[in-house]
Design a protein around this ligand. Sequence first.
Ligand code: BJW
Length: 232
Amino acid sequence: MPDIRKLVILTGAGISAESGIDTFRAEGGLWEQHRVEDVATPEGFARDPDLVLRFYDMRRAALAGVQPNAAHRALAQLEREWAKRDGCDLLLVTQNVDDLHERGGANDVLHMHGQLNSALCNACEARSPWTGSMADRPPCPVCGAYALRPDVVWFGEMPYDMDTIYASIRSADLFVSIGTSGAVYPAAGFVRDAAECGAATLELNLEQSEGSAWFDESRLGPAGELVPAWVE
Ligand code: BJW
């Protein structure tokens, strides 16, 4: 990538699929097993907090048993190489709530949809590292209120770090999307924003996504093969 100085990489559930984490919209995926309105909206949480806390407890526990794959490791290697180049920036932004980028060696990852291993207090708004259960209703470690929820972004809520992400997209030379269906905004709109700001755009995905038409190039296949091949 000789002429590329500013790079933005967006990842989605597909990059973690080969690690054994279910994607959302595949046959048998998370949204076939659970109604999205029940487990991924503030209204669902208000209606039945126990159901939602158990859903995220289950996914948090499963996370401890999976490992990063070749795609996570390749992006971490790219991050290290990019850091050595003068005047070059790389923003790695993920929609994923898992920590596989970090465990694969990445140092600087924006989790725009939050993280499973974090708790958000509805009383004081503190975000605290969290690896245990929430369904047993522990208190917030900061204010003591019994008001914890998973620190993830549900439908209707504002994703994290949007100003930083849009600033990087505006100055990007290349925008790369990996393993996301392009079904959820605002992330689904990043490719269009990047293209309109003059960036080249590349998609690495198992199949055509909803946003494929916006990409200059789509390479189709498993992330564990496509990403290391692209990084090399
Ligand atoms: C592989 C692979 C392999 C598989 N290798 N690839 C109408 C129009 C526009 C917007 C809206 C609208 N109506 C409502 C909205 C807004 C709404 C929205 O987008 N709704 C859509 C349903 C239309 N969005 C929101 O509410 C967001 N907030 C918001 O918009 O705030 C206002 C705002 C305004 C302006 C600027 C900024 C903000 C919040 C969205 C929150 C999404 N939350 C979730 C749950 C997070 C917590 C959790 O994990 O439980 O985030 S939903 C879920 O979808 C999760 C994911 O991050 C997200 C995206 O899914 P992803 O990653 O793309 O997964 P899949 O399963 O869909 O796709 C996987 C892909 O991988 C597939 O293509 C496979 O082929 C591929 N694949 N194996 C490579 N081995």
